[in-house]
Design a protein around this ligand. Structure first.
Ligand code: G3P
Length: 217
């Protein structure tokens, strides 16, 4: 299972990278705005800065909603660094653009996926990654994890190569449930990733080991 961090915050990316468990980064226009990164030039520079911090794939989202615009923006993003994955919205022109980039060997991430039908289309268009937003489904009392399971079944039925990238992960249990279902990738906040570390018996056990060591020395 690949671990991506879902942020445009450089300090958090550095911290996750330093743990040695990070496989990539996902961003979106909202996450960029949250860090105060605005304007095309600054956004492109920020992607370059993120690529310098990590070894893996970095998803960079297009703003255009028409095919030609997506192709133009996607090509500019892909030219920044081989790590860049062109992130495209799950609309008709996004699917067309996904097929265009797949045919050219450029990595893609179909985003804003909320149904198994959309996931099937993304796979048919040759997407590298396909991002179902599980937290946002949970927000409207719809089973986000159930969607991951449904897509896993469909992709396995046909051996699609598209990787299921569980997105809008909100907490540590989402990560564990996605791992059990077999999501290929999860992208989540640093806090959810660090939550995997925690167990009181680890802390108690370590304190006892250190105390006993001191007694004997
Ligand atoms: O990976 C998608 C993500 O950025 C959306 O997360 O928490 O805004 O639903 P959220």
């Amino acid at each position: 299972m690949k671990f991506f961090i879902d942020t445009a915050n450089l300090d958090q990316i550095k911290e996750a990278q330093a743990l040695g468990i990070l496989d990539g980064v996902t961003t979106n226009p909202s996450l960029m705005a949250k860090e105060g990164i605005t304007g095309a030039t600054n956004i492109l520079q920020h992607y370059k800065d993120i690529c310098k911090l990590v070894d893996g794939d970095v998803s960079a989202e297009v703003i255009a909603t028409d095919f030609e615009g997506m192709v133009r923006e996607g090509e500019a993003l892909a030219a920044l660094n081989p790590q860049i994955v062109v992130k495209l919205p799950m609309i008709a022109d996004g699917v067309k653009a996904c097929k265009y980039f797949s045919d050219k060997g450029i990595k893609t991430n179909m985003t804003l996926v909320f149904s198994a039908g959309q996931a099937l289309l993304a796979a048919k268009a040759g997407a590298t990654y396909m991002s179902p937003f599980i937290g946002r489904l949970d927000d409207i009392s719809t089973d986000g994890l159930g969607l991951i399971a449904e897509i896993r079944l469909i992709y396995d039925n046909y051996g699609f190569d598209t990787q299921i990238l569980a997105a809008s992960v909100r907490h540590t249990m989402h990560i564990m449930d996605c791992a059990k279902i077999g999501a290929d990738v999860m992208t989540g906040p640093l806090k959810a990733i660090k939550g995997l570390l925690k167990h009181p018996l680890t802390d108690i056990g370590l304190a006892k080991f250190l105390e006993d060591y001191k007694k004997g020395n």
